[in-house]
Design a protein around this ligand. Structure first.
Ligand SMILES: Nc1ncnc2c1ncn2[C@@H]1O[C@H](COP(=O)(O)OP(=O)(O)OP(=O)(O)O)[C@@H](O)[C@H]1O
Length: 252
């Protein structure tokens, strides 16, 4: 059984089918990327998996648990995290406080606490926060107000907030968008570290094809809501349907 499975996942907005009967499997420890031209349905797929949007039809299972119908925080408590451009950085709090808040919110968002994932104490949250800040390279800026961080650091803080929920599966939405080449390289290194040292499974949405082809074990390609291809970077690079989707969409 795969760690994450979607079956027949479909989302309609009025007359528009944004996701059309999508079946994907993600194995534990994999790094998979989701690509597709603008409007292909990438955000919709992630939002239906993580509980932000109810699918019109279909199932999502994570480690054997059906996620459809669960609330986002319940899904987070199962070990599904997300690091998103729209993640809620609280600008007036420090970098450290942002990570702590996310960590506590993930743990105490519900009275139905999952005892197997419960952290024992405040100390454990502190120690995890230190690990995260260290891994992300924000330890020297831990006391800074989040709102005053430069852009690249804000993006990294979003990843830190995603990690604070203690995920086994982390969704990353365009983690390098708007970053300088140096910041981009740091982020790619971070992704490698998360896979190697944290044993995480990563689901990446990324427009930068160099990064996608560099880091991915497998790539899913969406076009007009349909999964048109899946395979290794080599297979996707050679896939005529993928080339057609991108050329037809006017993108590289
Ligand atoms: N809340 C919504 N209401 C109506 N239509 C929506 C809504 N969200 C998305 N759509 C439509 O669904 C389709 C898929 O959108 P989605 O944002 O999932 O694509 P995407 O692949 O993430 O695009 P991008 O790469 O531009 O972020 C688009 O046609 C979009 O206009």
């Amino acid at each position: 059984m795969a760690l994450l499975e979607t079956r027949g996942l479909t989302k309609e907005f009025g007359g528009l089918t944004a996701l059309d009967d999508v079946d994907i499997d993600v194995e534990e420890g994999e790094l998979v990327s989701l690509i597709g031209p603008n409007g292909a349905g990438k955000s919709t797929l992630i939002n239906t998996i993580t509980g932000r949007l109810p699918p019109t039809e279909g199932q999502v299972s994570y480690a054997g648990t059906e996620l459809v119908g669960m609330k986002p925080f319940e899904i987070a408590q199962l070990g599904v995290g997300r690091s998103f451009q729209t993640a809620s950085i609280l600008p007036e709090l420090t970098v450290r406080e942002n990570v702590q808040v996310a960590s506590f919110a993930a743990e105490h968002g519900s009275f139905r606490v999952n005892f197997f994932r419960r952290r024992d104490s405040f100390d454990e949250v502190q120690s995890r926060t230190n690990d995260i800040l260290d891994t992300i390279g924000l330890d020297s800026k831990a006391r800074m107000e989040a709102g005053s961080l430069p852009y690249g650091d804000k993006r990294r803080l979003e990843v830190a907030i995603g990690l604070a929920t203690d995920p086994d599966l982390l969704f990353m939405d365009e983690p390098t968008a708007g970053m300088s080449p140096t910041e981009t390289q740091m982020t790619v290194n971070l992704i490698h570290d998360l896979l190697a040292d944290w044993g995480m499974t990563i689901f990446l949405v990324e427009h930068d094809m160099d990064i996608v082809f560099d880091v991915s074990d497998r790539i899913f390609t969406l076009h007009q809501g349909r999964l048109i291809a899946q395979g290794t970077p080599e297979e996707i690079r050679e896939n005529p349907a993928v080339r057609e989707a991108y050329l037809g969409g006017g993108e590289q």
